[in-house]
Design a binder for this molecule. Structure first.
Ligand SMILES: [Zn+2]
Length: 412
């Protein structure tokens, strides 16, 4: 039997199937047909990927892609396909008032699968520099629940940001309202943690399956106590099934916090970028770049893949559908090189760490179509040009470090 595409000889790593070994992957009718050693079938296209790592297409659980309609939204489609990401989840750029535009202008035209959390603030994150929940009247659980019920295939839950800059004097009330909305439609909440609202007061409200994002943030009210121990409430939340997401961004990945957490054996469940206009140039760049930081901190590649495939899929209730290359699933695949070398990585506060391995995208298969970084270069450059244009309008918020320089993985 002839297949459409045969990827030959890579080390296949798919934690959803406990698979780790050298196999060939056959794709037919935009689905994974089978994974076996040495498939000799005829194929429309054969790609030799020997010496490389093949995984399910990566899922970026936290990004901001409502380009043109929010200050920090980035036009991410080409970037995703150039970096192994086949599903990107917007962490609450739209609220219920502007979700319809997000579906029409972002989700529908994208080749990448785009999903979103709906912000409890009706206006979403229009102006990321202003506190969207300083005015409690912005929250509307009924309307938020209604749009999630109307578009359940795209809406993955309710988003809320719980730092003093976002909520002003409202404390945890925005979170209470987000949970109220989530309960109406039996979905999850993703909560951004930040300086100014105590972490235990947030964690005690969360339900199993809710997601804490920015788990290694170092701005304040973070996961460590004054003696650099992970606070007991964090362990207790994990025991209850709360999910911890990295969400790197321009201000939320702190090497000091992350390295201490690693020493204590506390690891994120999900690696995500919090990619947006202010984080794309520096220090985030891409999901493989973010994952490379953890690889060099000692996380095994298989665990990296778990945290970018099956774990984010489970976090949004899509385990078995997404983040897997089990035969019959949609053909979303990522292929990487992991070269040795001397590499420098930077956190959100300008701290640099060196590393000797880096995860570099080689090709992405999205629904059976093959994309190479090289052929997406022009589109990626246009994405960066637009991001720089947005920064020219807005300036740089909160002193986020950001240097407009070439996008390392793709553009020289
Ligand atoms: Zn974010």
């Amino acid at each position: 039997m002839a297949c459409d595409l045969l990827l030959k000889g890579a080390t296949v790593v798919d934690p959803s199937q406990n698979m780790h070994g050298i196999f060939d992957v056959a794709i037919t009718d935009r689905k994974i047909e089978r994974i076996e050693s040495d498939i000799q079938d005829e194929a429309q296209q054969i790609i030799d990927v020997a010496g490389k790592y093949l995984t399910p297409g990566w899922i970026d659980l936290h990004a901001h892609v409502y380009a043109g309609a929010t200050t920090f939204g980035i036009k991410a489609d080409a970037l995703c396909l150039a970096t192994g990401v086949t599903t990107i989840v917007d962490a609450g750029s739209p609220g219920w008032t502007n979700l319809r535009g997000f579906l029409e202008y972002i989700v529908e035209p994208s080749r990448t699968r785009v999903l979103t959390f709906v912000h409890i603030s009706s206006i979403g994150l229009l102006n990321s520099m202003r506190g969207e929940m300083e005015d409690i009247r912005n929250a509307d659980p009924e309307h938020t629940a209604r749009v999630i019920a109307m578009w359940p295939e795209t809406c993955t839950g309710v988003k809320v940001r719980q730092g003093a800059l976002q909520v002003g004097d409202n404390g945890v009330e925005p979170l209470n309202l987000a949970i109220q909305a989530a309960e109406m439609v039996d979905t999850r909440v993703m909560v951004h943690i930040d300086k100014g609202v105590s972490l235990p007061s947030i964690l005690e409200r969360l339900r199993p399956g809710d997601i804490v994002t920015h788990c290694y943030q170092g701005k304040g009210d973070h996961i460590l106590d004054g003696h650099d121990e992970v606070i007991p409430e964090v362990y207790e939340a994990r025991r209850r099934g709360i999910i911890f997401d990295l969400g790197h961004g321009a201000g939320s990945f702190h090497y000091g916090i992350a390295l201490k957490a690693f020493e204590r054996g506390f690891y994120s469940d999900v690696i995500s970028t919090d990619l947006h206009v202010y984080s794309i140039f520096d220090p985030v760049y891409s999901l493989p770049e973010t994952a490379s930081k953890l690889l060099n901190m000692g996380l095994e590649f298989e665990e990296v893949v778990r945290q970018t495939t099956v774990n984010p899929a489970r976090a949004i209730g899509q385990e078995g559908q997404l983040g897997t290359i089990k035969p019959g699933s949609e053909a979303d695949v990522a292929v990487f090189d992991i070269p040795d070398g001397d590499f420098i990585f930077t956190d959100s506060h300008g701290r640099q760490e060196s590393g000797n391995r880096k995860i570099e995208p080689y090709l992405t298969v999205r629904k059976g179509d093959v994309f190479y970084p090289e052929t997406l270069k022009t589109e990626v450059k246009e994405t960066l040009r637009r991001a720089a244009e947005m920064i020219e309008i807005t300036g740089v918020p909160y002193g986020a470090i950001r240097e407009i320089k070439p996008y390392k993985p793709i553009v020289e």
